[in-house]
Ligand binder design. Structure first.
Ligand code: SME
Length: 167
């Protein structure tokens, strides 16, 4: 099967239904957790403009371990409760950080990152990972992005759960 995903920059709200459809199509075609997380990271990198990193960290023991992503190489392991990712995971809630330089404990993987959103992945009543998106622009993530990424998180979480605790 081949995919034709045009980059549709700009108005996320206007394209959200189409974006959702693209993601659902990807996830329907395949049940493997790793393939689906990898393709979801890729799809989000095309759907969202003005970002420099998008990907997953998965809960493994007391840490979050790097999963599929698009962007520069990133830190591989984040302790539970540390950084934006570990804090969002521990709180079990989305964190929108307009200026990462003002977030105590922010972990700078890419020096270009200025703002960030981290959405926990819930499955079986537990946080099994997070979806993390970074932008080189301040205050890049608003309500539209939050709404869409939380929806994406809900769709991908069952797959992330299968990757949790992998060896
Ligand atoms: N900034 C994150 C670390 C992950 S990178 O952004 C890819 C944090 O503070 O948890």
């Amino acid at each position: 099967m081949s995919y034709h995903f045009a980059h549709l920059p700009g108005d996320l709200a206007a394209h959200q239904a189409e974006f959702r459809q693209q993601l659902t199509a990807l996830l329907t075609d395949e049940s493997d957790w790793l393939a689906n997380l990898a393709n979801t990271a890729s799809l989000l990198s095309l759907q969202l403009d003005r970002i420099n990193w998008v990907g997953f960290y998965l809960v493994r023991g007391h840490d979050l371990v790097l999963g599929p992503f698009i962007g520069k190489p990133a830190c591989t392991r984040i302790a539970w409760g540390r950084g934006v990712c570990g804090t969002a995971a521990a709180r079990g809630e989305t964190l929108v950080v307009p200026n990462v330089h003002q977030f105590p404990g922010h972990i700078a993987c890419d020096a270009a990152s200025s703002s960030e959103i981290v959405v926990p992945l819930w499955a079986g009543g537990q946080v099994v990972g997070v979806l993390d998106v970074d932008s080189p622009h301040m205050d890049r993530f608003g309500d539209d992005e939050r709404r869409y990424l939380e929806e994406v998180a809900g769709l991908i979480a069952p797959y992330a759960a299968r990757g949790r605790g992998r060896s």
